[in-house]
Design a protein around this ligand. Structure first.
Ligand SMILES: *Cc1c(COP(=O)(O)O)cnc(C)c1O
Length: 361
C-alpha cells in the first residue's frame, strides 16, 4: 500500500482539459504548446499532452523533457533561455528553444552543426514585463537576420513574448499588436512569413474569450490553465466551465488528535522559520496534526482545507495543525484529511519525494 501523504492526480480530467483547450484555441488557429513545468514534468501526465495531440510540449527544465525524447510525436521546446553550459543537451534533447542572446544563438548553431541537426529558435521580445527577451527592437531584428542569413544550422521559427511573470504586465490587445508589428518588420527584412508568433501563456487566454486576439498570434504556451482552469475564472473572470476543476487532491494522514490551548504556553519568541507570529487566544481547541508541512507545499496560506467546519491553524516544516473542534465528522488518528491545491503548492508537492503520486486513469 502506498503511504501518505498522497497526491491524487485525475488523468481523465487532465485529458479532458488538454482536449478542450486545444479545440478552444484551435478555433482561432492557435497551436497550444503544453507547458509541463508546473508538475515537475511527471511522465504520466506529460504523455497525455502528446496523446491528446498537442504539437509542442514545453518546459523550462531539460530534465522534464529528456524522458519524453523518442516517446512522443510532439516537438519538445525549452522555454527558459538556454544556459551556455547546457547547449549540447538543448540540441540533443529539444527541437525548439526560446532565445534572447546572440552569443547563445551562435553556440546553439555551432553545436547543431556538430550534432548534424537543424534546431528551431523563437526569438523573445520583452514588451515590458522585464524578464527575458530582447529589449531593443533593432537588436531583435539584427538577431533575426543573423539566424536567417548566417547561422545555417538554426531555423528562425518565429518570435514570441512573455508577460505577466515578473512585471505582472497584462497581455492587452495593444501589447500583442506590438509583437505582431515587430514580427512583420522581421518578415519584411527576411522576405518570408514566420511560422509562429508566440503570444504568451495562460494570461493571454482572455484575448480568446473576449474575441480580440490579434489575428497573427498563432501559438500560446499554456501551463496553468490546463491543470488549474479555476484561474481563468478567478484571475481573469472568463467562463471556462467547459474545463474540469480539481485535477489534483492532496491526502494527508492524522498523527495526533489532542485538546490544547490555542495560545502558546510560556515565553513566545521565534517559530521554526525564524518568524514572530501573532497568536490569538480562543480557548482550548481540538486539534489534528497531519504529517506533512511547509517543506512539501511551501505556501500554507495557499492550501485549501477540504474538511467541513475545520480550519488550518499553522504549520512547520513537516507538520500541519488543523482545528477540528467544530468539524462535521469525528476525526481519529490514522484518518485522512484532504486539501485542494493551486499552481504554487503543486510545484512543491510534485517535487517532494515524501509525497506519493496516485493516478486516476
Ligand atoms: C512558465 C512559462 C509559460 C507557461 O505559463 P502559464 O502561466 O503556466 O501558462 C509560458 N512561457 C514561458 C516562457 C514560461 O516560462
Amino acid at each position: 500500500m502506498l503511504k501518505y501523504p498522497r497526491l491524487i492526480i485525475d488523468l481523465k480530467k487532465l485529458e479532458h482539459n488538454i482536449k478542450e483547450l486545444k479545440s478552444f484555441c484551435g478555433k482561432d488557429s492557435i497551436d497550444v504548446a503544453g507547458v509541463i513545468k508546473g508538475f515537475n514534468g511527471s511522465l504520466d501526465m506529460a504523455l497525455k499532452y502528446d496523446e491528446m495531440g498537442l504539437p509542442i510540449i514545453a518546459s523550462s527544465r531539460l530534465e522534464h523533457l529528456e524522458p519524453l525524447k523518442g516517446k512522443v510525436k510532439a516537438k519538445l521546446m525549452t522555454i527558459r533561455i538556454p544556459m551556455l553550459s547546457e547547449i549540447s543537451d538543448v540540441i540533443r534533447i529539444t527541437d525548439i528553444s526560446l532565445n534572447s542572446e546572440i552569443e547563445v544563438l551562435k553556440a546553439l548553431n555551432k553545436e547543431a552543426l556538430k550534432q548534424d541537426k537543424t534546431h528551431d529558435v523563437i526569438l523573445m521580445k520583452d514588451l515590458g514585463d522585464l524578464r527575458e527577451g530582447f529589449w531593443d527592437e533593432h537588436e531583435i531584428i539584427e538577431a533575426a537576420l543573423l539566424v536567417e542569413n548566417e547561422l545555417s544550422n538554426l531555423n528562425l521559427l518565429g518570435i514570441g513574448t512573455n508577460l505577466g511573470c515578473y512585471g505582472s504586465i497584462v497581455p492587452t490587445v495593444d501589447k500583442l499588436n506590438e509583437l505582431v508589428y515587430v514580427a512583420e518588420k522581421i518578415e519584411d527584412k527576411i522576405g518570408r512569413k514566420l511560422q509562429y508568433i508566440s503570444g504568451g501563456a495562460t494570461s493571454s487566454l482572455p484575448r480568446l474569450f473576449e474575441g480580440n486576439m490579434p489575428k497573427r498570434i498563432n501559438m500560446l504556451r499554456v501551463g496553468e490553465a490546463i491543470i488549474f482552469p479555476e484561474v481563468i475564472k478567478d484571475d481573469w473572470n472568463c467562463d471556462a466551465s467547459f474545463m474540469e476543476k480539481e485535477v489534483f487532491k492532496l491526502q494527508t494522514e492524522v498523527v495526533e488528535i489532542k485538546i490544547k490551548p490555542s495560545y502558546p504556553v510560556g515565553e513566545t519568541y521565534i517559530d521554526a522559520f525564524g518568524n514572530k507570529p501573532v497568536y490569538e487566544d480562543i480557548g482550548n481547541r481540538k486539534r489534528a496534526l497531519v504529517a506533512l508541512g511547509k517543506v512539501d507545499y511551501a505556501f500554507l496560506d495557499k492550501l485549501q482545507l477540504l474538511e467541513e467546519e475545520a480550519f488550518i491553524v499553522g504549520a512547520s516544516s513537516d507538520h500541519t495543525i488543523i482545528d477540528i473542534t467544530d468539524a462535521k465528522r469525528d476525526i481519529y488518528v490514522g484518518d485522512i484529511i484532504e486539501f485542494g491545491l493551486c499552481y504554487q503548492t503543486l510545484v512543491y508537492l510534485t517535487n517532494s519525494d515524501n509525497v506519493n503520486k496516485v493516478f486516476i486513469k
